[in-house]
Design a protein around this ligand. Structure first.
Ligand code: SF4
Length: 327
């Protein structure tokens, strides 16, 4: 099944109704990233992208602008246009011109979700400066834990990331900066970031970055590694309370699973492709697909059956229900 670079809208726990843009397109890899996070919902890949200069299948600004021009008119009530998907968006060095291109055809707010890996580069920070909102991941203030959770390509160091995030505030055109703290637990004693010592260190580091907002969340979909599990809600609340006490309650958001939103209202051009495009970027339950695309389960069922029989997707059962993901 061929995929398009624009997908969704996704009903996001954080961003509301968000239309996604994927800026690297490769048929031979299910994700294009310089990290291989233990919690990644897209699964594990051996071949990581080393640097922006090594990217193959980079999408162009023209492709993004044409995609958005034909797609966003079909959808009502969008909250954000978001660069994310199956890749780390900052690996595409045209990101800044893509954001400017999108802004020329719509007044929609633009968000970039980044793993922060390249934020120490001046060119990457300049690209991010064009967005309205940048949500940058930071899971730990300790190098060992950072490496255990993200498993980055060689050459990426936590200290450089912290310096890069601190430098975001010096940008002439500074987007709103959110730090995403993805907390994980494990079933086998693996190094995780939800202990008291980890939280103390992380708060200390985030104070030096001084972001506009901090989002505390845990995994809600099946992780790349089976031993990685969500942090219990009671512990998440304790941690969010500590962050709030130290960094200001108005800046700290606890993002819990299961927030319900209204269905999307959109006109469909090719529903089969739209369902696949969504699942490729984000494993979803039937209910989530129906709500995102504004369709009924009667419309969805035959599409899922066809995608499964052609081996484009698989279904997996987790604690939170049956998910469909790209195979
Ligand atoms: S979670 Fe994001 S940053 Fe981590 S491996 Fe997956 S796509 Fe890359």
């Amino acid at each position: 099944m061929k995929s398009r670079i624009i997908y969704g809208p996704i009903l996001s726990r954080r961003l509301g109704r968000s239309l996604g843009i994927d800026v690297i397109k490769r048929k031979d890899s299910k994700k294009n990233c310089n990290f291989d996070c233990v919690y990644c919902q897209l699964g594990h890949v051996d071949n990581m992208v080393k640097a922006p200069e090594n990217v193959t299948g980079a999408v162009t600004t023209k492709e993004v602008v044409e995609g958005i021009r034909s797609f966003h008119r079909n959808i009502e009530n969008l909250d954000y246009i978001t660069f994310s998907g199956t890749c780390e968006p900052t690996l595409n060095l045209s990101l800044g011109s893509m954001i400017l291109g999108v802004k020329q055809i719509t007044d929609q707010s633009v968000c970039v979700l980044t793993n922060s890996s390249l934020v120490d580069r001046d060119d990457v920070r300049s690209n991010l400066a064009e967005a309205d909102l940048v949500i940058a991941t930071l899971v730990s203030g300790n190098e060992d834990t950072f490496r255990a959770i993200h498993r980055p390509v060689e050459g990426i160091r936590l200290n450089n990331i912290i310096k890069g995030l601190q430098a975001m505030k010096d940008l002439e055109k500074c987007p709103r900066l959110g730090i995403e703290v993805m907390l994980v637990d494990s079933t086998n004693g693996y190094l995780v970031n939800s202990t008291d010592e980890e939280i103390t260190k992380l708060i200390e580091v985030i104070k030096t970055i001084d972001p506009d907002e901090i989002e505390i969340l845990t995994v809600s979909r099946p992780s790349a590694e089976k031993f990685i599990v969500p942090v219990a809600e009671i512990r998440l609340k304790e941690i969010a309370h500590r962050f709030g006490a130290e960094l200001g309650r108005d800046r700290v958001k606890l993002v819990l699973k299961g927030l319900r939103r209204e269905r999307s209202s959109m006109q469909h051009e090719n529903l089969g492709e739209e369902v696949y495009d969504l699942i490729l970027r984000r494993p979803c339950t039937c209910e989530q697909i129906c709500a995102s695309l504004g369709i009924s389960s009667a419309q969805l069922t035959p599409i899922l059956e066809k995608l499964i029989s052609s081996d484009d997707i698989i279904s997996i059962v987790s604690k939170n229900g049956r998910y469909y993901k790209a195979s």
